[in-house]
Design a protein around this ligand. Sequence first.
Ligand SMILES: Nc1ncnc2c1ncn2[C@@H]1O[C@H](COP(=O)(O)OP(=O)(O)OP(=O)(O)O)[C@@H](O)[C@H]1O
Length: 250
Amino acid sequence: MADAVLLIENLRKRFGGLVVTDGVTLEIGPGELHAVIGPNGAGKTTLIHQVSGTLSPDDGRILLNGTDIMHLPPDERAKLGLARSFQITSVLPRFSALENVALAVQARSGSSYRFLRPAAGEAELNDQAMAALTEVSLDHRADILAAHLSHGEKRALELAIALALEPKLLLLDEPMAGTGPEESERIVTVLKKLKGRFAMLLVEHDMDAVFALADKISVLVYGRVLASGTPHAVRNDPAVTEAYLGEELE
Ligand SMILES: Nc1ncnc2c1ncn2[C@@H]1O[C@H](COP(=O)(O)OP(=O)(O)OP(=O)(O)O)[C@@H](O)[C@H]1O
């Protein structure tokens, strides 16, 4: 695909004798939500780390909107529009929800607010931050310290922070981990709303969430892509069922 937002080609990574990424090829088009699933230890998290830049692959290519980012540090990748949410704590507990998002808006905008009068600059920052909080239905909790938010609300706040960065590609690392059914449903609703605006790479164990959200699914087993395609095709692939040892993919 010429206009792939993310193109991963033949990615390889080993830890000593253990091959954790074994020739992974995967691409995500504009606005597409691509889920990577697979049994424990399949290499999903290490794949996310290699895309975000916290882990160096041994071989292969990673292109973000056509730019080879393979050897760029995480902050350079972030400047090109790569954001990551969940399984990292980007939330500052002693700041309010609004302040947390305003900091992200400021980080994205660099020094552009320096040239506004302080009050005007702050109002503009807060407006943008509030817009991101509204997107994740957290606007009514804007003034609450992040430390006092529920687990599900913190997850929503992390999403708002990612949104404020206006990403080209959002990496979602197990957004449902540690959440109850109600919170999971809330995160799925928010992600559904955001779908189509930017590309997303989702790693998730919760199959209900995966099948509710994904446009494409890749199944990773022992570091290799066993199957890749639409949710329907993947669900009906006998090799996938076998890899999950008969667990139902629903
Ligand atoms: N820093 C490391 N050094 C050595 N081995 C590692 C390291 N990080 C991960 N591994 C190993 O690499 C393999 C893949 O791990 P990874 O965490 O990517 O799997 P996963 O698919 O995300 O699993 P899970 O679903 O349980 O989160 C595992 O066997 C893991 O033990």
